[in-house]
Design a protein around this ligand. Sequence first.
Ligand SMILES: [Zn+2]
Ligand SMILES: [Zn+2]
Length: 165
Amino acid sequence: MVLDISKLINNDGASINISSEIVMDSLLFNGQDICFNSPLHLKGDIRSVNGLMYLQLSCSVSYKTRCSRCLDPVDEELDFNIKEVFSKTELENENDDVIILNSNEIDLKEIAEQAFCCALPITCLCSEDCKGLCSSCGCNLNTETCSCETDDIDPRLAALKDFLK
Ligand SMILES: [Zn+2]
Ligand SMILES: [Zn+2]
């Protein structure tokens, strides 16, 4: 979705309300395969103040990924905010936080995709106590038991094992 910001340029105080849905493409980020279950909902505005344009959006989306331990599919929801500042002209003082536009259009999909990736948790678990996969035979320890002897046992489990003796 592309936002036309022509009417904000040289028009201090002007704003555009944004309430929209963007259909996102599947993506791979940080080793996580992400498929979107819903369009990304975004709501907010962009405002022209002293020659700069301030974009503020709150976003929500539901997506499917895989558990970082057992690789089972997991449905997740993510709410996040977007805050960006744009300028149509190069600034006198260089400022990395300001995005310089070379047209009168802002690609909201691209901005939303970047913000989604930044907000994405590094790991995703199907449940807090997911047992993961056996490091020897690869079976899913949530649903199967195997007879592998593992030396690289989780230290917390090792403590429990000693306690049970
Ligand atoms: Zn899991
Ligand atoms: Zn095993």
